[in-house]
Design a protein. Structure first.
Length: 173
């Protein structure tokens, strides 16, 4: 399985990094980091292929590379708006456009709140195209007692919707 994780914006980047850290080792992971997101050394403990956001000609920008899943975690409102309008001016928005045209799984984790009417309209537009809109929402029923437990719950829910096996949180019996 090939998976692209685009980390956009500056707020919430740790969730994007942890999403990558918890992935099963058998997944071919490509990471796109925006200038404001993370430094390359943030992924020193995991084998990933790192791509710069400006590298619009990277392998992952082509449908023939055959990416199975694309996740934008966190997804800035700027990135969300560009994806909703079909603007592909950086690698993160390009891989999202490719996911849409190839009808592959695309998950966006919007990070700002409250959501403006424009952001909600963009989310609705993308959801109608089968994009998974999954902001990092706290699940109070998860019985999490630490921030790490809550992050594992959120990431586990993202993995579930993407079909990635995991045991990151306690499930209902």
């Amino acid at each position: 399985m090939k998976l692209v994780v685009a980390i956009t914006g500056a707020s919430g980047v740790q969730l994007g990094k942890k999403f990558v850290d918890y992935l099963p080792e058998n997944i071919d992971v490509h990471v796109v980091v925006s200038d404001n997101a993370l430094t390359v050394d943030s992924f020193e403990n995991r084998r990933v292929t790192l791509h710069r956001s400006e590298d619009i000609a990277a392998s992952i920008s082509s449908g023939s590379f055959r990416v199975d899943i694309t996740a934008v975690i966190p997804c800035s409102m700027n990135t969300l708006a560009k994806i909703a309008c079909g603007i592909s001016d950086n690698l993160a928005t390009r891989v999202a456009a490719v996911a849409l045209k190839e009808q592959k799984k695309l998950l966006l984790a919007p990070r700002e709140m409250p959501f403006s009417a424009i952001a909600l309209e963009n989310m609705h537009k993308l959801a109608a195209l089968s994009v998974i809109i999954a902001p990092p929402v706290i699940g109070y029923y998860s019985d999490a007692s630490t921030l790490e437990d809550m992050e594992k719950f959120i990431i586990g829910k993202w993995y579930d919707v993407l079909g990635i096996p995991n045991e990151l949180y306690t499930r209902w019996e």
